[in-house]
Design a protein around this ligand. Structure first.
Ligand code: CO8
Length: 251
């Protein structure tokens, strides 16, 4: 089933069920094992693995620690024979507002490239069980990429998808340019990546069609690393942190 879901690519659905899913996840308990996520098993048979991203003050920005925890939770659900499918969700305001800009702000090209930054961030795309992203609010940058790594996206009325990295002087780094193209087509994907504009779930659904993925993701990750060699990437992230407009110099 996971293979079937994966081969059909991204499926965006408006779901009236989404608010109740969020209500259920609000009651999750992390059991003290996790700092950045809530993890539980749901359903009468406890056969649905639930992961809720839980950094509300940072709009669920994806820091390295959070992604490590998501990887650990996914590993546990993958190994749990009771679990048949996994749901990843955020809050009503944000699925995730992107990779953590404050964490990336002072990183250098050497650190990104040498440390293979983002190497473990795509664990969700290799899970064999079906993974559903229940998205409401912001799914931006890495948040949009994370959702697109899941097999199915159920999007609520307030969901907003976008790849605003260009506004920070960088580019998507975890398959965004490739998966977005498959999800909404080349034209809209290019528009979104080049302008940083966001789209609603309805717009995404209307534009959905599929292309191929392959090599592009690897190239994209290297180009993402390369943006850390530019002054503009540093300026873009610093401006965000300092809550001012970026003064890009094209270098
Ligand atoms: N990183 C760190 N902190 C964040 C982020 C983020 N991505 N997004 C929001 N926050 C923080 C804000 O700094 C703020 O913190 P504080 O209260 O301490 O100042 C808090 O969350 C609330 O944010 P705002 O006050 O800005 O809330 P608004 O409702 O006014 O605006 C927005 C919400 C529009 C979402 C706005 O916060 C925003 O533009 N955020 C940045 C979005 C963005 O640029 N995302 C892309 C990041 S780069 C990226 O994702 C690279 C991907 C690499 C691959 C990842 C693979 C999975």
């Amino acid at each position: 089933m996971a293979l079937l879901c994966r081969s059909t690519g991204l499926l965006l659905k408006h779901s009236k069920l989404l608010p109740s899913a969020f209500a259920a996840t609000r009651q999750c308990s992390s059991g003290g094992q996790y700092q950045y996520i809530l993890v539980d098993k749901k359903g009468e048979k406890k056969n649905v693995g639930f992961i809720q991203l839980n950094r509300p003050k940072a709009l669920n920005a994806l820091c390295d620690g959070l992604m490590l925890e998501v990887g650990r939770a996914l590993d546990a659900f993958e190994a749990d024979s009771e679990v048949g499918a996994i749901v990843v969700t955020g809050s009503e305001k944000a699925f995730a507002a992107g990779a953590d800009i404050k964490e990336m702000q002072n990183r250098t090209f050497q650190e990104c490239y040498g440390g293979n930054f983002l190497a473990h961030w795509n664990r969700v795309s290799t899970v064999k069980k079906p993974v559903i992203a229940a998205v409401n609010g912001f799914a931006l940058g890495g948040g949009c990429e994370f959702a697109m790594m899941c097999d199915i996206i159920y999007a609520g009325e307030k969901a907003q998808f976008g790849q605003p990295e260009i506004l920070l002087g960088t580019i998507p780094g975890a398959g965004g340019t490739q998966r977005l193209t498959r999800a909404v087509g080349k034209s809209l994907a290019m528009e979104m990546v080049l302008t940083g504009d966001r789209i609603s779930a309805q717009e995404a659904k209307q534009s959905a069609f599929e292309l191929t993925l392959a090599e592009g993701s690897r190239l994209e990750k290297r180009l993402f690393h390369a943006t850390f060699a530019t002054e503009d990437r540093k300026e873009g992230m610093t401006a965000f942190v300092e809550k001012r407009k970026a003064a890009f110099q094209d270098n």
